[in-house]
Design a protein around this ligand. Structure first.
Ligand code: GAR
Length: 358
């Protein structure tokens, strides 16, 4: 049975001694601080990055009282002794010092670390002025590290405490006829936890489309629905089949990613205000299937992409979000479309991540 004392916090004086020893060896002590209430992969990666800035890492850990002051009466979830033990057990962490103030100023003065790591949207200028002054006085180098997107203790708590349904990932039924790059972007966003969703059905009208290949490779429930040879027609029986697949899969939202047939009843009513399409122009300009070529033919200097709701009128439902894309001299339709798609791959997952269920 491992001895928990091995992971007990150290005192500020011990951390200072560690710093002095490293200094004598020409090595550097890195320091960072925080609440580290519910450890997640973002913390672990951040601490590893911080550790790699020098030769040892000491973490200043907010005491229970100071976490309450910073985050409100429901925090911390874990007591300081446990938070310290978990942190000290990480490979990247050489020592943990608990401090009682909201800010780590006194601890910085006591330890005088060589490097101070801070995460997130901070700049050296936006650090707490007291902490910054202490760092400057100690000659400490300040390093801002980027946080891992999508990981936060607050988000985890939200997922755990929200109402049953609100905590569930959004169930997406995705339809596509083409290469499937938007499907791939959705899969990636879900994997990165930027989008809390699950693809419950991937449906194509083309048996040999890139879209279906990607869906199959990724192990998604993938379906080909035969909608006939005419690429524009989408007859009633095929519409009904698609609707049945979506309903059986329990889809919350239908996402059209380059699905080139026109949706009609009964699909439209069954998913009213819950069908989203991505289109390669700045709607309402350049509706239809040849939007990218059409902007070039008109000699436009700017286009973009639109995410919008789908209704019975083609490319005319409520616009949810748009991004502009410049048209460059010499652009052909393929080059321009590739740049538009890059923006679609960011915009579509973003809109879905912000989707609110009623
Ligand atoms: C996307 O650019 C999408 O905007 C477009 O088809 C492409 C599908 O690409 N949709 C339309 O033109 C709809 N009128 P993908 O198969 O690589 O996701």
């Amino acid at each position: 049975m491992p001895d928990p004392a091995a992971y007990a916090p150290m005192s500020a004086a011990e951390a200072r001694r560690l710093r002095d020893t490293l200094q004598k060896q020409g090595k550097k002590l890195v320091f960072t601080n925080g609440c580290f209430d519910l450890l997640h992969a973002g913390h672990v990666r951040y601490l590893q990055q911080a550790r790699e800035l020098g030769d040892a890492l000491v973490v200043g850990l907010n005491s229970d009282a100071s976490v309450r002051e910073l985050k409100g009466p429901t925090r911390p979830l874990n007591r300081e002794r446990d938070r310290a033990e978990v942190l000290a057990g990480l490979r990247a962490v050489d020592g943990v010092v608990v401090f009682t103030d909201k800010r780590a100023t006194e601890l910085i003065e006591a330890i005088q670390p060589h490097i101070y790591a801070k995460g997130g949207d901070y700049t050296p200028e936006s650090l707490d002025p007291g902490e910054r002054a202490a760092l400057q006085k100690a000659g400490t180098q300040i390093q801002i590290l980027s946080l891992v997107p999508g990981r936060s203790t607050t988000k985890i708590i939200e997922r755990m405490t929200n109402a049953e349904d609100a905590g569930q990932p959004l169930r997406l039924g995705v339809l596509g006829s083409g290469a499937g790059s938007n499907l791939r972007a959705l899969i990636q966003a879900i994997h990165d936890q930027a989008l809390d969703a699950q693809i419950v059905a991937a449906i194509s009208d083309h048996a040999d489309s890139g879209f279906l290949r990607i869906a199959q490779q990724e192990g998604l429930p993938a379906y080909h629905v035969d909608a006939g040879k005419d690429p524009r027609r989408f007859d009633e029986s095929a519409q009904k089949k698609v609707l049945q697949l979506l309903q059986e899969a329990g889809a919350d939202i239908v996402v059209l990613t380059g699905f080139m047939r026109i949706l009609k009843e009964p699909l439209l009513s069954a998913f009213a205000d819950r069908i989203v399409n991505v289109h390669p122009s700045l709607l309402p300009a350049y509706k239809g299937a040849t939007a990218v070529q059409d902007v070039l033919d008109e000699g436009e200097i700017e286009t973009g992409c639109t995410v919008h709701l789908v209704n019975a009128d083609i490319d005319a439902g409520k616009i949810l979000a748009q991004v502009k894309v410049p048209i460059l001299i010499g652009d052909d339709a393929e080059q321009l479309h590739a740049r538009i798609k890059k923006q679609e791959h960011i915009l579509l997952p973003k809109v879905l991540a912000e989707w609110r269920r009623d």
